[in-house]
Design a protein around this ligand. Structure first.
Ligand code: FAD
Length: 380
């Protein structure tokens, strides 16, 4: 078992840790977390470290559990389109040949566990589903060291507690994910991206036209830098003939052209120290959301109703305006990351209807409140 004194870089959102442990197996992780529980240590899980600054800083921090040794593919059942992967595996390292795990991460270096725990799902979520939809089973180590498993390697498993749904988006506050079983999809033989452009006022009509074409896109992404026009990029996948036909129809309705994936595709619009906000909205209300903040750089999935914004000026007022607009649009505005002085001045999470339920889940999984304490909504 590895359990070492922390060094300079072992910091989470400005809070230095005292120890770092890097288990290589679920059993080792269980022993480490049992020992941490006995000593009442506050624990934060670290995967690729790409989203450690998201959410609020932990109220206290003793031990970082680093997942880099918990890596590799445990199983690839190609005939069943299923894989079991250890949580510390970088998403970029996964290669299933003619099959794929259709989970896009906006940040290079992200691990499987980190992507699931932060609930990040990129452009292709529209067609393949979000992280939580791709998970069919999960192994976790609970804060007291108990190993728990749910789901299985069959897609239609209905038994037991759905840990995948709870742990997706839990920000490491419920326990350590050690393995995930995912459904895979065949790699489509052909793909094409069609790009078009419209002023904000006309983007609603453009998106409606794309929908009316019924081309079954794998992704519909939008990007607007500052007050410029909105770029719309639509990905279609399938057989060569089908893709050609669907791309031609999209070129007409977008008055655009087929090209390469644009450089902004699937990336977040803020720089490393910037203020990053996740916006959700009912699909029909997305155009009004874009119009509500004409000066803010916004990018994301118009097809799934999840956008990301870089707020760079007049920060508290702009966040308040975005929050009002998203509430009107049937969604939420969550500040994912911000420098410390901004965190002091804004409500990172905004109103959360299911807080009581989330508190009960937290109390059940982590009664000592030692896992990333305070990082999640409502001080969870
Ligand atoms: C203590 C604790 C308790 C928790 N309890 C629960 C729990 O009881 N149940 C649970 O499921 N999770 C629970 N979670 C997990 C967590 O709250 C959610 O999984 C997470 O917030 C979802 O994040 P996401 O990035 O996947 O959101 P997104 O999937 O990006 O969703 C953002 C918003 O868009 C909406 N949305 C997204 N896609 C669609 C769509 N296709 N159609 C309609 N609306 C859509 C969503 O409803 C949501 O409001 C818990 C987490 C913690 C820490």
């Amino acid at each position: 078992m590895r359990w070492q004194p922390a060094v300079d870089g072992d910091v989470v959102a400005g809070r230095p840790a005292r120890f770092v442990a890097a288990p290589a197996t679920t059993e080792e992780a269980s022993r480490i977390l049992r020992a941490a529980a006995e000593q009442d240590l506050a624990v934060v899980i670290r995967g690729g470290g790409t989203k450690l600054e998201w959410g609020m800083p932990p109220r206290r921090l003793d031990l970082i559990v680093d997942t880099h040794r918990l890596s590799g593919v445990v199983e690839h059942a190609a005939g069943d389109l299923i894989t079991v992967v250890r949580a510390g595996t970088p998403l970029g390292d996964l290669d299933f040949g003619t099959q794929q795990l259709a989970l896009d991460s906006p940040l290079p270096g992200a691990t499987v566990g980190g992507a699931v725990a932060a609930g990040t799902s990129g452009p292709r979520r529209l067609h393949y589903g979000a992280a939580r939809d791709l998970i069919i089973g999960m192994t976790v180590v609970r804060p007291d060291g108990t190993v728990a498993r749910s789901g299985g390697k069959v897609v239609k498993n209905v038994a037991g507690y759905d840990l995948g749904k709870l742990f997706a988006g839990s920000y490491g506050t419920l326990g350590l994910i050690t393995e995930c079983a995912f459904r895979l999809h065949p790699v489509p033989p052909e793909r094409a991206v069609v790009l078009g452009e419209a002023p904000v006022a006309e983007v609603g009509a453009l998106l409606a036209a794309v929908r009316a074409e019924q081309v079954v896109p794998s992704a519909v992404e939008v990007d607007r830098t500052g007050s410029g026009p909105v770029t719309v990029a639509v990905l279609v996948e399938g057989t060569a003939a089908g893709v050609r036909d669907r791309a031609a129809r999209l070129e007409k309705c977008l008055s655009g052209a087929t090209g390469d994936l644009p450089p902004w595709w699937g990336t977040l619009p803020w720089p490393p120290d910037g203020v990053g906000v996740k916006l959700t909205a009912a699909l029909s209300k997305l155009p009004s959301l874009l119009a509500a903040a004409p000066e803010v750089t916004i990018r994301g999935s118009a097809g799934a109703g999840v956008l990301y914004a870089h707020v760079s000026s007049d920060i508290p007022a702009t966040i308040a305006r975005l929050r009002t607009a998203t509430t009107r649009a049937g969604g939420h505005a969550v500040v994912l990351t911000a420098p410390e002085p901004v965190r002091q001045r804004v409500d990172m999470w905004g109103p959360v209807p299911a807080l009581d339920l989330m508190r009960r889940v937290k109390d059940r999984f982590d009664p000592g409140h030692r896992f990333a304490p305070g990082r999640f909504v409502g001080g969870i």
